[in-house]
Design a protein around this ligand. Structure first.
Ligand code: ZN
Length: 304
């Protein structure tokens, strides 16, 4: 497998979920080994923010990345589409502090990447292969990764709400096909009570029924209803893929998450980075910008 970028640059415009302001997003092809890099193009001195764990500044409501004073939030849906379609290298310019929310899912980003086209680069793709099980627990929430041939996800959620309840999806293999068919169109969701609190605090100003599944205490308020009855757990998988991509390298392992969220997803990324004995890095040079945060100096001597 070779590294991949997009074939040509492509743009779209949307609004930020929190600011409610218009944002332009432009995806550019990028050289081998550069990884996914966000650029705040609206600043006097454009700031580059690599899509890596060491750029994460917040996991409240959404995943936010930053360098110095420059931040870009709600990166997870775009990152999820890039990862699932196998894009290793891209430069992502955004002229505001948020990635546009589009319809609340990753469908628009899949369309954008497909429209630009994929380009296989003349360099082998690396892979972080899990060899020993790692787990993080937080009360009744848990996330675990164990050895598997490719990235697979099992996710369950449990919300005491008539529209959600217990939902679980097992052993979803993460690739472009399954993402487009099963995961990418699942939308962000929220509860009316919480949305009203956000609005009072000046947040979520771009959030509405066109880009969020909103529920009162009894039912889904969107006229068109849900895209799947278990759209909620599908969206959680979408978020997880985007968050886990902040490892900065494709991953082979089976993740099982119970009642996860952005913070727990990042806790797993940290656990992986802190335990190099539990994985091996296969293929290609480790000596690239995309991997400089990995503890690759440490020998990956898994005994399994
Ligand atoms: Zn999300």
């Amino acid at each position: 497998m070779s590294q991949r970028t997009i074939a040509e640059k492509i743009s779209c415009t949307g609004i930020g979920l929190h600011t409610g302001a218009p944002v332009q997003l432009t995806l550019h092809p990028a050289r081998v080994g550069s990884g996914i890099v966000f650029v705040r193009s609206d600043l006097a001195h454009p700031v580059e923010i690599p899509a890596r764990r060491d750029s994460v500044t917040s996991t409240v409501m959404a995943t936010t990345l930053g360098r110095g004073d420059a931040t870009v939030s709600t990166v997870e849906h775009l990152l999820s589409a890039l990862y699932s379609l196998g894009v290793d290298n891209a430069r992502i310019e955004v002229d505001g502090p948020e990635i546009p929310v589009m319809d609340g899912s990753a469908a628009s980003f899949v369309f954008l990447i497909r429209s630009a086209g994929l380009f296989d680069q003349n360099a082998p793709r690396r892979l972080l292969r899990i060899r020993e099980t790692l787990e993080v627990r937080d009360g009744d929430r848990a996330i675990r990764i164990e050895a598997a041939r490719s990235l697979r996800v099992t996710y369950s959620v449990d919300f005491a709400h008539p529209a959600i309840g217990r939902q679980s999806l097992s052993d979803v293999e993460v690739n472009g096909d399954t993402f487009e068919r099963e995961i990418g169109r699942a939308r962000t969701f929220g509860f009316l009570r919480e949305v009203e609190t956000l609005w009072r605090n000046g947040l979520g100003r771009g959030g509405n029924l066109d880009n969020t599944v909103i529920m009162d205490d009894h039912r889904v308020l969107n006229d068109d209803g849900l895209r799947w009855s278990d759209e909620f757990v599908r969206h959680k998988i979408l978020d997880l893929i985007g968050d886990i991509s902040l490892l900065g390298v494709p991953l082979a392992g089976h993740i099982t998450a119970v009642r996860g969220g952005h913070a727990l997803h990042q806790a797993l990324v940290e656990k992986i980075l802190a335990n190099p004995h539990a994985w091996v890095l296969e293929g290609g040079d480790a000596d690239t910008a995309a991997l400089e945060h990995l503890p690759v100096g440490a020998p990956a001597q898994a005994s399994a």
